[in-house]
Design a binder for this molecule. Structure first.
Ligand code: UDP
Length: 320
């Protein structure tokens, strides 16, 4: 009954003002232990085992990023996905309550399900199938938001400093696993190896992809804000999967051709965020020009975006 904790120091000056130490809390199971073993040699990484009731451990900010987000990964372990979203979050909320901490819950665009409207504003209630392959994640995350809602209501009673909810849209960046199973890594790996590029369905479904450091900046900004309702975080540029595949083929100068496979059950037709609410996060910040996403995002189609994609390509080339 203990947590494994790792510690990461931010080197970025601006971020270090907000958080000097980052802890991530995880259950001690085989999967976590294997991951921790892989990370042990990394700089700024250390482990501490604690008791849940340890009086000395205090947090003032808790970012709950738990739960795999790749459909093949969470569908492989659907029950632990539900429990991570609910029981795991409950543990974290209790820890926040105990420490008087503020908790940020990473929710997801999946709470909108297969949306009937696009882009999706935060007050859209969604179109989710609660009895299907994606339900463990989509409904798990919806239940998590409900849990956050109840804890926020009790703020004055429980001692919890407050809850923030980020609905994260598709994210990409360095250190993604080549076998992650999501569309970007699949297509990049296939393109680099000149293997057929797999597109599910007709490829006209859309997604919007945000570079990971922009997502993280958005999370920190939200955590430090006074916004108590859920906020969409992501890049508002929408692409069809075919457009994405063509772009990656061009960037990697690949000879791959496209093959079409069946669309998985409950796959979403479009995902594009309405950033209206997120914009409020940066309204009073005039030091630099933020865009509507509340932080300075780099759309993947421009020069910077291409550089980021080639960073990912470089990383993947180094991966056996
Ligand atoms: N997809 C695809 N080929 C792949 C993997 C995924 O065409 O090799 C499609 C998938 O059906 C979905 C979209 O790409 O419509 C994004 O899928 P992903 O698993 O990355 O994330 P999702 O947004 O669906 O959770």
């Amino acid at each position: 009954d203990y947590f494994m904790i790792n510690k990461e120091k931010f080197t970025n000056k601006k971020q270090s003002k907000i958080a000097k130490k980052i802890f991530s809390v995880a259950p001690s199971d085989d999967k976590t232990n294997k991951y921790i073993e892989e990370c042990l040699h990394k700089k700024h990484f250390s482990i501490k085992e604690i008791d849940r009731g340890n009086q000395e451990i205090k947090f003032d900010r808790i970012y709950n990023l738990a739960c795999p987000a790749s459909p093949p990964a969470y569908q492989k372990e659907p029950i632990s996905t539900i429990l991570t979203c609910t029981q795991g979050l409950y543990n974290m909320l209790e820890l926040a309550k105990y420490c008087g901490a503020r908790l940020l819950q990473t929710s997801t665009s999946e709470v909108y399900g297969d949306p009937d409207i696009s882009p999706q504003p935060e007050d859209y209630r969604g179109n989710v199938n609660c009895f299907g392959k994606r339900a463990c994640y989509d409904e798990g995350k919806r239940c998590a938001e409900a849990l956050c809602y109840e804890y926020s209501k009790l703020t004055h009673l429980t001692g919890i400093e407050g809850v923030r909810i980020a609905r994260i849209f598709n994210t990409y960046g360095r250190n993604m696993r080549p076998d992650d199973g999501r569309v970007l890594t699949n297509i990049i790996c296939q393109a680099l190896n000149n293997e057929p590029i797999t597109i599910y369905g007709d490829g006209k479904q859309t997604r919007s992809f945000c570079y990971v450091s922009d997502t993280v900046n958005g999370l920190i900004k939200l955590m430090e804000s006074n916004v108590l309702t859920p906020v969409n975080i992501g890049n508002p540029e929408e692409y069809t999967i075919i457009e994405m595949a063509e772009m990656i083929k061009k960037l990697t100068k690949s000879k791959s051709y496209i093959i079409y496979k069946d669309l998985p059950q409950d796959d979403h037709r479009e995902k594009c965020l309405d950033l209206h609410q997120c914009h409020d996060l940066s309204r009073h910040d005039n030091r630099r020009k933020y865009d509507a996403s509340g932080y300075h995002h780099r759309p993947c189609r421009n020069r910077n975006g291409q550089r980021k994609l080639s960073d990912l390509q470089k990383y993947l080339e180094l991966t056996p």
